[in-house]
Design a protein around this ligand. Structure first.
Ligand code: PQ2
Ligand code: NAD
Length: 247
């Protein structure tokens, strides 16, 4: 036995980045809480349907409907609304209706979040910081949602201002790298090289990296070898550059 292995600390949530792109999400209710849920799922490119009597829509939800960002069903929830749905989010001011919807979802094995009723949630929302492709979620696992908000803002204040841009640039570089070194067999080398670029270049350098720099850098792709940004820029294909190369 090698060990030490991580100690199991039950009682947490499984925090994942759920890919709901083009999946069908049903939002029941059109009030303030629903408005927040709609933003969350639209930001993840889901196809969203809202069911609520029109007179119950708040301004923001009415705007989403008007802009056709969501489909809209102008009435109270009916069980047939669950047909073909991948995820359900309820935010209604009617505890009985909420519980009925939850039971139906449970029977049909559709993942559901029933706002305000933690025991009827298959998953909780969290407090999320977003900067481009970077998302940071804080959960207190139902203990203190307001504290989750405070912790999230505190974390966000400590982040470098350009971290979102750096993540975007690295994403571009990784996609290009996979074209240069596409085979699964190359996986370990590719990953090691990519990790090295992230570790050895500063965030400013990663942000500054142009597509031209990326193409040039990939010309040097060789496991273990990561040139400096300066070297990438000074290098001439005719071999004129003979300055410092590896970090
Ligand atoms: C993070 C956030 C995400 C979001 O909703 O998008 C979120 N609640 C937020 C705000 C918030 N919610 C409430 C307050 C009033 C102050 C307070 O109670 O603290 C505030 C503060 C405010 O409004 O500023 C009231 C409240 N919330 C729940 C109950 C029921 C209960 O606890 O029994 C009650 C009524 C309690 C009562 O009656 O006393 C339950 C849940 N709320 C959760 C998430 C899940 C657990 C997340 C976690 O523990 O980390 C969970 C379990 C289920 C779920 O909803 O998914 C979002 C902040 C986003 C942001 O701003 O950054
Ligand atoms: N978990 C959380 O973070 C949190 C925070 C605040 C409030 N809440 C709870 O979330 C719920 C919604 O809050 P809100 O402020 O958005 O309420 P709200 O009164 O603004 O909105 C309620 C919405 O539900 C709709 N509705 C009512 N019955 C319906 C039905 N049978 N079918 C379809 N739509 C129906 C209404 O038309 C309205 O749009 C409340 O129970 C509230 O206590 C949860």
């Amino acid at each position: 036995m090698k060990g030490p292995y991580p100690e199991i600390q039950g009682g947490g949530s499984l925090i994942l980045a759920w890919q709901v792109r083009n999946k069908k999400v049903l939002v029941v209710g059109g009030g303030e809480v629903a408005a927040g849920r709609i933003v969350n799922v639209l930001n993840a490119d889901a196809r969203v349907t809202v069911v609520s009597p029109r007179e119950g829509l708040n301004e923001e939800v009415a705007y989403r409907v008007e802009q056709k960002q969501v489909e809209f069903i102008d009435r109270k929830f009916e069980p047939a609304d669950l047909d073909g749905v991948d995820m359900v989010l309820t935010a209604v001011d009617d505890a009985e209706a909420s519980t009925q919807i939850y039971k139906l979802c449970h029977e049909r094995r559709i993942a559901a979040n029933i706002a305000d009723v933690p025991p009827e949630c298959d998953f909780y929302f969290g407090s999320v910081h977003r900067d481009g492709p970077l998302q940071i979620m804080v959960s207190t696992n139902g203990n203190g949602p307001k504290l989750a908000n405070i912790v999230r803002r505190q974390i966000a204040n400590t982040l470098p201002h350009n971290i979102g841009t750096a993540v975007t640039r690295v994403g571009m570089l990784r996609r290009k790298l996979r074209k240069v070194a596409p085979t699964p067999a190359e996986g370990p080398k590719r990953m090691q090289w990519m990790s090295k670029v992230c570790e050895q270049w500063t965030l400013d350098e990663l942000c500054d990296m142009t597509e031209e720099d990326m193409e040039m850098l990939l010309g040097f792709y060789e496991p273990g070898n990561v040139p400096t940004l300066e070297a990438v820029r000074l290098y001439q294909p005719d071999g004129a550059y003979d300055g410092p190369f590896l970090i």
